[in-house]
Unconditional design. Structure first.
Length: 270
């Protein structure tokens, strides 16, 4: 069996929400480097345009920016129409990566509006965008080469963090279960739905936490490091390739073993 063909995503049409920064950029870069055509979307049009230009110049794939505020149902509907016009033959992969967090120092200080913001973007829009893009996914989906939905959850949806981010943790746990619900319903349409649960990675969302607690975070990870771009791109490429075509309804932690760690590790002494 040819491993290059098995893991190939060449010429696939991919949509990545939040694809211009953080984990989304890691994933987008991986797909473009492997010959895919990637649409990236977020509300930051200038960031998207800059990233798309740089990645397209890098090649061999192509990156196309489509600005959209996913908090807005109207803009999500417009995004789906725009993609249908640009890709009338359909899309192969949807990666629901966009997310928001909200932290406070105490539970008492956590505001009600945080739930609306975080749950809408992190969970509701995962369903909404998947729903709106189903016609495009079905066009490319076959029994031998299914289309793919990949949802970005979090290890904080599996474990309990000591940070005061209840809406984020709840939203990501919901994403994990929503993934299984969608997998059961969309599998018969030759569409796989899986989730990845990242641990610590260099991203805007993690920047403050890493700057304040880098050493303690690393010491709690059995592999002794935070995630690299290739770690995230690799698992997404696997799920979107023939190699992952029989994987459906799973939640894959990509965390160096963080969720199974049972102690603090002194890697310097190992």
């Amino acid at each position: 069996m040819d491993s290059q063909a098995l893991f190939s995503v060449k010429d696939k049409v991919v949509v990545v929400t939040g694809g211009g920064s953080g984990i989304g950029l890691m994933v987008t870069t991986g797909f473009v480097k492997n010959g895919a055509k990637v649409y990236i979307t977020s509300r930051k049009a200038k960031v998207l345009e800059k990233v798309a230009e740089e990645l397209t110049q890098m090649g061999p794939g192509k990156c196309i920016p489509v600005a959209c505020d996913l908090q807005s149902l109207e803009q999500v509907e417009q995004l789906s129409k725009s993609l249908a016009e640009q890709e009338p033959q359909g899309i192969d992969v949807l990666i629901n990566n966009s997310g928001a967090n909200w932290g406070e120092n105490t539970l008492e200080a956590f505001p009600d509006k945080a739930w609306t913001k975080v749950m809408t973007l992190n969970t509701q829009r995962v369903f909404t965008l998947t729903q709106k893009l189903l016609p495009l996914l079905k066009k490319r989906a076959t029994l031998e080469s299914p289309a793919n939905v990949i949802n970005v959850g979090s290890i904080d949806g599996i474990r309990v963090t000591n940070l005061i981010t209840p809406a984020y943790s709840a939203s990501k746990a919901a994403v994990h279960h929503l993934t299984k619900v969608l997998a059961a319903h969309l599998g018969p349409h030759n569409i796989t739905v899986n989730a990845i649960a990242p641990g610590p990675f260099e991203s805007h969302m993690m920047a403050k936490t890493l700057s304040e607690s880098y050493n303690s975070i690393v010491s709690s990870i059995p592999l002794g490091r935070i995630g690299k771009p290739g770690d995230m791109a690799g698992v997404c490429i696997f799920l979107a390739s023939s190699a992952g075509s029989y994987v459906n309804g799973t939640v894959i932690p990509v965390d160096g073993g963080t969720v199974v760690a049972n102690r603090t590790y002194n890697h310097a002494s190992l």
